[in-house]
Design a protein around this ligand. Structure first.
Ligand code: HPA
Length: 247
């Protein structure tokens, strides 16, 4: 049984060093996941990889079937999920190219289906989401980043926006006042759904750019985002190589 999954985000549609063993198509009661689950070995350890935007990076953040993705992983026996998310840096320490391990979330998304508990219930369900990430897995990721010699930020609040457009400078100002340190479009409802299915879920955020109105204050260049993500994802691969043997 493969117990650990890696959900890849923008810039991580394939995983360097993953020896692919097989691809598995999983049907779920919630429709199709972003693609087949990719079973493989990383450092001789079994993992399953799922690129959340699809293998061709064609599914935008608001169209991802988060419920099907998380359900598919749970249904094959996954217990731990490492989610990789590209983000914009709001606070000064969250500079492009850095890794960050968020410990809190503020959800600004709307109209996304965000629960498994809505039909056929015998009673309403409210999960505890005080601490949205699995602290044990988060601590392991932080440790592994140190072992791999990677510069990272060990906490922070992830603001999840609806997308697909980037934010205005005023929206980022508001998010900063709310306490957000980074902004991304895919952190929710993924984390909440993982908690609903009792998965141990933690995120590794890769800072791709300064958020709108931060840094030089000029517009956000897709070319620069891609460059930072390329560098960031190399770090993610080193991190995963370090962490996987300890899961
Ligand atoms: N905003 C939202 N999502 C993002 C950003 C951003 O600036 N950069 C990468 N993902």
């Amino acid at each position: 049984m493969t117990e650990t999954a890696i959900i890849g985000g923008t810039g991580l549609t394939s995983l360097n060093g993953l020896e692919i063993v097989r691809r598995e198509v999983v049907n779920t009661p919630y429709g199709e996941p972003s693609g087949p689950l990719i079973h493989g070995e990383l450092q001789e350890h079994r993992v399953v990889f799922l690129p959340r935007h699809g293998s061709g990076h064609t599914i935008p953040p608001h169209k991802i079937n988060y419920r099907a993705n998380i359900w598919a992983l749970k249904s094959i026996g996954v217990e731990k999920v490492i989610a990789v998310n590209a983000v914009g840096g709001i606070a000064p320490e969250y500079a492009p190219g850095k890794l960050a391990f968020p410990d809190q979330i503020i959800d600004y998304t709307w109209s996304r289906i965000n629960t498994y508990f809505e039909e056929g219930l015998t009673d309403v369900v409210h999960i505890d989401f005080t601490h949205p990430y699995c602290e044990e897995l988060r601590a392991l990721l932080i440790w592994a980043a140190g072992e791999a010699g990677l510069e990272s930020v060990h906490s922070g609040t992830y603001g999840a926006t609806q997308g697909p457009r980037l934010e205005t400078a005023a929206e980022i100002d508001r998010m900063e006042r709310d306490g957000c340190h980074m902004v991304g479009m895919t952190g929710m409802p993924e984390a909440a759904l993982a908690r609903e299915l009792d998965l141990c879920y933690a995120a590794c955020a890769v800072v791709a750019n300064w958020a709108a109105g931060r840094g030089s204050g000029e517009g956000i260049s897709m070319g620069l985002i891609k460059q930072h993500l390329r560098e960031g994802m190399q770090q993610v691969c080193r991190l995963l190589g370090e962490v996987v043997p300890h899961l």
